[in-house]
Design a protein around this ligand. Structure first.
Ligand SMILES: [Zn+2]
Ligand SMILES: [Zn+2]
Length: 151
């Protein structure tokens, strides 16, 4: 299966929402820093509880729903192609069986558009990347999402 990819549009400063798989708190990361090819990100730390996991575990519900939609649509397309081909070849042959095939419909979810939020980003003194923390937690108990140090 080919890789499915889609763009998530960040807010006006390029921040995208992530959700911690452990405490389900949301935070935002800068899309350009998160998707930096020179400095690839594999694991993320939750800025609230400090636990770490593979970055794919931090996708927000919205992004996960979008990914499921894309996977579903890909499958629908493949099924439609396969059945369409089958129907055409059956119908071309001179047999008595005719096949009609009604293509499956694709899902059309809404695009993900980030809303601007008022929180200021924290800059990590270790990696200089930014984490936007949404729930106004004191700076003393927040962690850098990239390297897990206290910011
Ligand atoms: Zn957490
Ligand atoms: Zn850092």
């Amino acid at each position: 299966m080919e890789e499915l990819s889609f763009m998530i549009q960040g807010d006006s400063e390029g921040y995208v929402t992530f959700e911690c798989p452990f405490c389900h708190s949301e935070f935002k990361l800068q899309a350009g820093e998160f998707q930096d090819d020179d400095n690839p990100v594999y694991d993320l730390w939750c800025p609230y509880c400090g636990l770490t996991a593979d970055k794919n575990n931090f996708l927000s519900q919205e992004v996960k729903a979008k990914a499921e939609e894309m996977a579903y649509n890909y499958m629908v397309e493949e099924i439609n192609k396969a059945f369409g081909k089958m129907a055409r070849s059956i119908n071309r042959s001179k047999g008595i069986i005719k096949m009609t095939y009604k293509p499956l419909k694709k899902m059309h979810g809404k695009d993900i558009v980030e809303k601007d939020t008022v929180e200021t980003p924290f800059e990590c003194s270790c990696c200089n990347r930014h984490t936007k923390i949404l729930y106004g937690i004191g700076k003393a108990c927040a962690y850098c999402a990239y390297c897990g140090v206290t910011i």
